[in-house]
Design a binder for this molecule. Structure first.
Ligand SMILES: NC(=O)c1ccc[n+]([C@@H]2O[C@H](COP(=O)([O-])OP(=O)(O)OC[C@H]3O[C@@H](n4cnc5c(N)ncnc54)[C@H](O)[C@@H]3O)[C@@H](O)[C@H]2O)c1
Length: 391
């Protein structure tokens, strides 16, 4: 694994857990973790359960006994690490968004296609697909229970940079993160809604905004604390969007709205999706992730209403390995499910999903949103991926 902070910890917990919860055709061994700071990565290896640590990710590529490289770094290093790992015959799990640019995502997808021919697998880590209620939403749509999909309504809202004094961390720098709220959290609802509906976004009209354009440099990059002797800390420009809002058409005929913001005061990690079809509606709310609201319009009029389904039965996706019905699960379980699916696919010699090609298509939507916003919200078609891919 490369990176040991937020996603590094979340993925480590999943790698530690997955062998013990699921009966798998192969067992994960946590061999080597990489970070840039020796003391910190040594501590992380100990804390997170890795056998060894290194400060150079190339050590992962060079070790013959390593089969899988898990990329949990900011977007500016995804392409370089993934390309090297695939070329060395390592299966790759890469955090989202796949890359910082469409060009990088195309190169990664092309490399994944070449590697696949040699039995080397790759997957992008859109973990929310693996929340059981989300997987169940997809099944309801696929089974025709919603009929023809007319509307998709998706929001992903956070508020961690409302304070203008919040420092200019990597997520606020275009060269490190690619984009702001759009690629960080907007990418999740793009992938999730395309996964659930089986339809792809074909065109968009967007607005984006950077509300706070200058921020204090983080202490470690300026060499100063936020304020020293009453002097304000040096500042730098915010080069990404704080919020992105767009309308979209899906290729199956649905109309969709998306909102991704880091300025939704009070909303910590609020992901909500509603899908209206000719025969019913489903609603998912991450703050109540064990539940799904389902309105079945085929029921007799006197019985109609929104049903709250508690998605904890053994028959529900991923749930048979966990607890008795009604014993709920949480955010971190989505990562364990991700590792289960990845290990099963690699061991069984099939392609895991979402593939790099699927993630490239999300990148193309991000690009279309950015271009539309730059052109005064003009209608912008999503460019074709020019590669075989399945959502
Ligand atoms: N799936 C999700 O829900 C989710 C949530 C958060 C972040 N992410 C994604 O995960 C990735 C990492 O985000 P994060 O929140 O964990 O960031 P973070 O800042 O918490 O951690 C980044 C880690 O990468 C390390 N790192 C950076 N450059 C490196 C390099 N060249 N070599 C080795 N290590 C390096 C840092 O030291 C740190 O350990 C991003 O792509 C982000 O978009 C996904």
């Amino acid at each position: 694994m490369v990176g040991y902070a937020f996603m590094g910890a979340a993925h480590s917990q999943a790698w530690r857990t997955v062998n013990r919860v699921y009966d798998l055709p192969a067992r994960a061994r946590m061999a080597l973790i990489c970070g840039r700071d020796t003391a910190k990565v040594a501590d992380a290896a100990d804390r997170l359960g890795w056998e060894a640590y290194t400060t150079d990710w190339r050590d992962l590529i060079n070790r013959d006994d390593i089969d899988v490289v898990d990329i949990c770094t900011p977007g500016d290093s995804h392409a370089e690490i993934a390309l090297a790992a695939l070329a060395a015959g390592k299966h790759v799990l890469c955090e989202k968004p796949l890359a910082n640019t469409v060009a990088e995502a195309r190169a990664m997808t092309a490399a994944a296609d070449v590697a696949r021919a040699a039995g080397v697998r790759s997957m992008c880590a859109f973990n929310y697909r693996r929340v059981p209620a989300v997987t169940m939403m997809r099944q309801l749509v696929a089974d025709g229970r919603l009929g023809v999909i007319r509307h998709v309504r998706a929001v992903y809202l956070q508020d961690w940079i409302v304070d203008p004094q919040f420092p200019l961390v990597w997520r606020l720098q275009k060269d490190r993160a690619g984009s702001g709220a759009l690629g960080d959290i907007g990418a999740h609802i793009i992938d999730l809604t395309q996964f659930v509906t089986g339809q792809r976004i074909s065109g968009v009209s967007a607005v984006t905004e950077t509300f706070v354009k200058e921020r204090p440099l983080p202490a470690e990059s300026s060499g100063l604390a936020a304020s020293v002797d009453g002097h304000a800390a040096p500042t730098g420009p915010v080069t990404v969007d704080d919020a992105a809002v767009f309308v979209a058409r899906l290729d199956g005929g649905a109309l969709a709205t998306y909102e991704a913001s880091r300025f939704a005061t009070g909303r910590k990690n609020a992901l909500r999706v509603e899908i209206n079809g000719s025969l019913g509606t489903v609603v998912f709310d991450l703050e109540r992730l064990n539940e799904l609201e389902f309105y079945d319009a085929t029921r007799p009029a006197v019985e109609q209403g929104f049903n709250r389904i508690l998605v904890t039965e053994g028959e529900h996706p991923y749930m048979s390995a966990w607890w008795p019905p009604g014993h709920i699960i949480g955010y971190e379980h989505s990562f364990t499910h991700e590792m289960r699916d990845f290990i099963e696919a690699v061991a069984n010699g099939v392609d895991p999903t979402p593939s790099f090609a699927d993630a490239l298509q999300v990148q193309l939507v991000l690009d279309a949103v950015t271009r539309s916003a730059e052109l005064g919200s003009s209608w912008t078609e999503v460019a074709p991926a020019l590669t075989a891919a399945a959502v």
